[in-house]
Design a binder for this molecule. Structure first.
Ligand code: PRP
Length: 175
């Protein structure tokens, strides 16, 4: 089995600080209203759980599972919804929550599919933005941290489904 060499890139404290900042931004922007937060499974599950608990305005939650085809490190651009959102988005303040945006194919496809359901507002929040790897033109509304290249795991992110449970985010140096 492949043994990754891992070095901490973002500590628990750094992640928690960014999560609080993002939650405060969202709470302020939608003050007096309700937000419908959508977790993009699986990678976002920890970020989502922490983010919604820091939001101080009314929140409802839903989940979507999106599969993108390609290699472990490179998306092909073919994106399919495997498990759809269950709540109606009509006239709702909807925020899609991603762990990472890389090529942008996944979020671009999901954004346009959900936009067709007539939300009042549709925003995107990502913990990590690899904007320099973008292959489509997509800019998220809320960004935790930006990074250049490099394969990362932990805090929801996997390597062959492993390491999602780590509390920190690690750079895999021999990926
Ligand atoms: C990851 C991540 C995003 C997507 C980003 O999901 O959670 O959804 O890839 O890549 P892109 O910008 O190049 O499309 P992945 O397909 O690895 O599934 P997972 O969340 O279940 O790990």
């Amino acid at each position: 089995m492949f043994e990754p060499e891992m070095k901490i890139l973002y500590t628990r404290e750094t992640i928690a600080t960014e999560v609080r900042r993002l939650a405060a931004e969202i709470s302020t922007e939608f003050s007096g209203e309700e937000v419908l937060m959508i977790c993009v499974l699986k990678g976002s599950f920890l970020f989502f759980a922490d983010l919604v608990r820091e939001i101080t305005i009314p929140v409802v939650v839903d989940f979507v599972r999106v599969a993108s085809y390609g290699s472990e490190t490179q998306s092909s651009g073919i994106v399919e919804i495997r498990k759809d959102v269950e709540l109606s988005l009509k006239n709702q303040n909807v925020i899609i929550v991603e762990d990472i945006i890389d090529s942008g194919y996944t979020i671009e496809t999901l954004y346009h599919r959900l936009q067709q359901r007539s939300p009042k507002v549709l925003k995107v929040c990502t913990l990590i933005d690899k904007s320099r790897r973008r292959e489509v033109d997509f800019t998220p509304d809320y960004v935790g941290v930006s990074m250049e290249d490099g394969f990362i795991v932990g805090y929801g992110l996997d390597l062959d489904e492993r390491y999602r449970n780590l509390c920190e985010i690690y750079l895999v140096e021999n990926a």
